[in-house]
Design a protein around this ligand. Sequence first.
Ligand SMILES: Nc1nc2c(ncn2[C@@H]2O[C@H](COP(=O)(O)OP(=O)(O)OP(=O)(O)O)[C@@H](O)[C@H]2O)c(=O)[nH]1
Ligand SMILES: [Mg+2]
Length: 373
Amino acid sequence: MKFVDEARIWVEAGDGGSGCVSFRREKYIPKGGPDGGDGGDGGSVYLLADNNINTLVDFRYQRRHRAERGQNGMGRQCTGRGGQDLSVTVPVGTRVFDEETGELIGELLESGQRLLVAKGGFHGIGNARYKSSTNRTPRQSTPGTLGERRQLHLELILLADVGLLGFPNAGKSSFIRQVSSARPKVADYPFTTLYPNLGVVRVGRNRSFVVADIPGVIEGAADGAGLGIHFLKHLARTRLLLHLVDVAPLGSDEDPAEQIRKIEAELESFSDDLMDKERWLVLNKVDLLDAEEYEARRSAIVEHLDWQGPVHGISALSGAGTDVLVRDLMARLEQLKLGDDAGIVSSSGDSGGEESEWDMPGTPDSGEWHPLD
Ligand SMILES: Nc1nc2c(ncn2[C@@H]2O[C@H](COP(=O)(O)OP(=O)(O)OP(=O)(O)O)[C@@H](O)[C@H]2O)c(=O)[nH]1
Ligand SMILES: [Mg+2]
């Protein structure tokens, strides 16, 4: 199953500047010759692949991208200045199509790669260049040509950065709805989600990541129970996993700490790769508890599991605590990526190269939930 992020954008190269018609006018020089300069070339539009961009989400906010026009030529043989090129940054892996013809213009596969998508117009010629022995006062000039403009269709195959683990009904789909524009079905019965959903989470300009919502994992998933097994493999490429757990389950036998232990056991029997991934604890549905009760449950869970990693309390329903969680996730993903670029952490994590020390910006539970009262 492929998840594709798409965007439609307009690119407009700058027009060429027009040539100028002008004659030299100076005291004591009655018949100054033609001195109209050429225009400048229009700027072109390029797409530039950038490793630090993960999704095409920013193009929903800015669709039109134009390069500068060339300046017109001027008298005294002055040439117009060329328009500046425009580089539009896109994620590595973006495929670029011409929207009208469907033609594949190119693919950006490496960071730093540039692709010309709209060529700037050519400059017009000034009258100084039309001067000849038979025509000493040419009045011709040419206008610059138009810059190319076209509509592009961008496509990017998305890979999830963050995977959600949790029992059915933990609130995984609600979380994705809260933090992204994905709209998976949410309902109060187990196995509402039957196939994985991806959500793009936008944190700020050019800062975004992808979360995968998979069907609930239950005991025995690795051996085929429930739906989990088919989907655990979708988490293979993620960098980080969240244990999303209902801190206020209705049935008293559904102890949150036990649920997490069961999921950990499934991960372990499913693959070492998943066990090597960094995992955060996210206690969901804090809106159902008062602050004191929440605090008590949180400590009990952390103690029971001897949990060393970050712990966040959120309400996927009201959104409480989700901003902090999303911000911390983004910062951590950027940090992991920096490590990758510097060759510190293996990209797939399969050599067990994840750091064991938490090197988080802020304290591990900077995402702690505090009720307002
Ligand atoms: N009070 C409260 N209810 C929540 C919260 N998050 C989710 N719920 C409810 O919990 C139920 C299950 O939510 P889902 O988001 O469908 O859970 P899921 O983990 O995706 O479930 P499956 O797809 O079945 O595995 C729904 O009735 C939600 O409205 C929360 O933060 N607070
Ligand atoms: Mg769901």
